[in-house]
Design a protein around this ligand. Sequence first.
Ligand code: GDP
Length: 424
Amino acid sequence: MVKAVVGANWGDEGKGKITDMLAEKADYIVRFQGGANAGHTIVNDYGKFALHTLPSGVFYDHTTSVIGNGVALNIPVLFNEIKSITDKGVPMPKIAVSDRAQIVMPYHIRFDEYEEERLGKASFGSTKSGIAPFYSDKYAKIGFQVSELFDDELLMEKIPRVCVQKNVILENLYKKPPIDEKKLLETLHEYRDMVAPYVCDTAVLLEQAIKDGKTVLLEGQLGTLKDPDHGIYPMVTSSSTLAAYGAIGAGIAPYEIKQIVTVVKAYSSAVGAGAFVSEIFGDEADELRRRGGDGGEFGATTGRPRRMGWFDCVASKYGCRLQGTTDVAFTVLDVLGYLDEIPVCVGYEIDGEVTTDFPVTSRLNKAKPVLEKLPGWKCDIRGIKKYDDLPENCRRYIEFVEEHIGYPITMISNGPGRNDIIYR
Ligand code: GDP
């Protein structure tokens, strides 16, 4: 049985917590896309962790954590992440890294930095983790697969071939020093030694797991609105954030994905540039940011303050549809307990007309939010375990959202901990 946990919005919906929770009954947790540019925050008995590369299941001793072929693998980050969790007393996790995953090279990170610097104000707000240059190279067919680290003859031919082109850009466009090929080979040898204990054909591993009736969880990074095809292009990420891509990025058959849990946040937040129709500013935004998430809405990887907004039914309905949602997990609802009234974006006004269909970016940039206000519940809902025990106005909010997005909310998260969950 394969399940996916994915985001409907701009990322940071709380997928880490939901994955961690579902991982209790899973055997394999698989990262299938993205890289170390975003992170999941997990709170458990060992402490609070920000994971960037490892899947959220690493804290259980019964699960195997898989880095699928679709991931942008930063080997030193993976290595240090493993160390940081074992240093805090977490037992050494079982980890499998796909031999087909490609490697984030040191020059990908440099290119990311230099390009953001060159673009200045027009930059994409990249986290400078090398993700865009990495995926460009993957599709330009000059990327390095993990398996290639074990073939010195290949590396010695390929490094100079790739560097010729990179160095022209480094020296002429960015006016920076060229790549030192000898040092690069040494670095790749270090990467090889770091990753060697974990490398295998993860698609075969997962095929066997499915045959044996094991539970496999696919863990997505970011959300629908950051998908390169269906998101707010060009302010998107460089790999697909959709559950459908889980089949490709993990190397499994698409029809094996039986449950798609789409994580939807009870209000909106976003990092980086791009249209954000229900965005709020000033004191209103500061208060929500300060109260949001678990200790404030600041990036897990970068520490950047997140942009804040009210719940967006248009974006979330679209986000759930493109994921192929079977279940919605509605998160961080407890945070809204301070508000007298809660505005919700129920439509977009574009050129004088109201729509509830999420538009292409050029039209999205013109959209103004149509807001409806719902009464707040003015109390702390943390610790509540049963749906019927939630305050009436809180249930009204949930049911209003469910009706507007059109997908069933089967889980409600009312706190950052693993057990802060209400099944419906
Ligand atoms: P992800 O990238 O989708 O996993 O999202 P984040 O790691 O940014 O998670 C959002 C933050 O919200 C983290 O600090 C979580 O611990 C926290 N969080 C998750 N669910 C809840 C919830 O229901 N209530 C509260 N207050 N915090 C939550």
